[in-house]
Write a protein that binds this ligand. Structure first.
Ligand code: KPL
Length: 355
């Protein structure tokens, strides 16, 4: 079995995807001393590389909650239609755009550029883009390339592990929050933790070796030989929270304050928990109501990643969250009426790609 970081001097990270998470991790990897700045970002086109160079690299800001996305009142969506009142939160004020963040000059290249084989690849795209992103660097992948996935959900992790091999695919489950202020300008809004593991392999030496190549202190990373459980647990929370924040157009914590949203949340959480309890591929999970309540408390002021995508008109990951859950339910002859209805409501309300 491979130990991917056995040759530390030869290791170089490439970060595929330059959204909020890709930019955040690119800078953190760049700042990680053992790597001696052997990090590069891989972008989709020569134009994007040119834009990146004009920006001088990645700008990273610490600590702002994510602001009101462009547009109207947040939390006002269905709540306003249904005549529900909400507390007005002073933190909704948009922080002033900042100009004093010096870009970190992480090198960038285009995915289609020729280059040596990739040793360590961090895939930071949205779930629905992972397969195409990996395909775009196919010529530089070898059986030794270590692929680390950073997505929500478990579907893509299962698919890529099957396709590329259990030994070389790693998963990071993270609760860090980040949002993009502008292209290649990211705000690390919520300092969380991250867990590294492999879905179908339990090679502790390989995990420890790879951890040495990751910014473990800065990003609070630890290894978890049972990462599947953690991914399913986060999947369950994301299924309960993310689509509803789109429907109610609100911050995570407001799901508990808008009475109809709270009722929907409770019912949806029950359905999700009931399904996950009986789906054979899902390991036993902690009580979902409690996990959801904890996340909504800790990330109360954040906008979910799905609402951020929706507000920007980008494809959402819902097909990999509630959509995947509904598919698994159908596969096993189970009904998932609330999840199905939620997907339909979100799709008809926002006509989102991928919703
Ligand atoms: O993971 C999240 C996301 O936004 O995708 C939650 C748990 C909802 C925190 O914002």
């Amino acid at each position: 079995m491979k130990t991917p970081a056995s040759d530390l001097a030869a290791a170089q990270w490439h970060v595929l995807g330059a959204g909020a998470m890709g930019c955040l991790w690119a800078v953190r990897l760049w700042q990680h001393p053992p790597l001696a700045r052997r990090v590069a970002v891989l972008l989709r086109s020569a134009e994007e590389v040119a834009t990146y160079h004009r920006h001088g690299g990645v700008r990273l800001e610490e600590g702002w909650e994510n602001p009101l996305p462009a547009g109207d009142d947040v939390g006002a969506g269905l709540a306003r239609e249904q005549g529900q009142s909400q507390e007005v939160d002073a933190s909704r004020a948009r922080p002033a755009p900042s100009t004093d963040h010096i870009p970190t000059p992480v090198p960038a290249a285009c995915v289609t550029d020729d280059g040596p084989p990739l040793s360590h690849l961090l895939v930071a795209t949205k779930s629905q883009d992972v397969a195409a992103a990996l395909h775009s660097v196919h010529a530089r992948l070898t059986p030794d390339t270590c692929i680390v996935l950073l997505q929500n959900g478990v579907r893509v992790q299962r698919e890529i592990t099957d396709q590329y091999g259990a030994d070389r695919v790693y998963c990071l489950s993270t609760s860090h929050g980040a949002w993009r202020r502008a292209p290649f300008h990211v705000v690390h809004a919520g300092h969380g933790t991250a867990w590294l593991g492999q879905l179908e392999s339990n090679n502790v030496r390989a995990l420890d070796a790879l951890l040495a190549l990751l910014p473990a202190a800065a990003m609070q990373i630890d290894t978890d030989p049972h990462i599947a459980r953690r991914l399913w647990q986060k999947f369950a929370v994301n299924c309960a929270v993310n689509a509803l924040t789109v429907l109610y157009d609100c911050r995570n914590g407001e799901l508990l304050k808008i009475s109809q949203a709270r009722q929907d949340l409770d019912a949806l959480t029950n359905e999700i928990e009931g399904l996950l309890d009986v789906l054979p591929e899902v390991p036993p999970l902690p009580e979902l109501q409690e996990s959801v309540a904890e996340v909504l408390r800790v990330a109360a002021k954040n906008f979910s990643s799905t609402l951020q995508d929706a507000r920007q008109g980008r494809a959402t990951e819902l097909a990999h969250l509630n959509g995947y859950l509904c598919e698994l339910a159908t596969l096993h002859g189970l009904a998932s009426p609330l999840n199905n209805a939620l997907l339909q409501r979100v799709a008809s309300r926002f006509s989102l790609p991928g919703a």
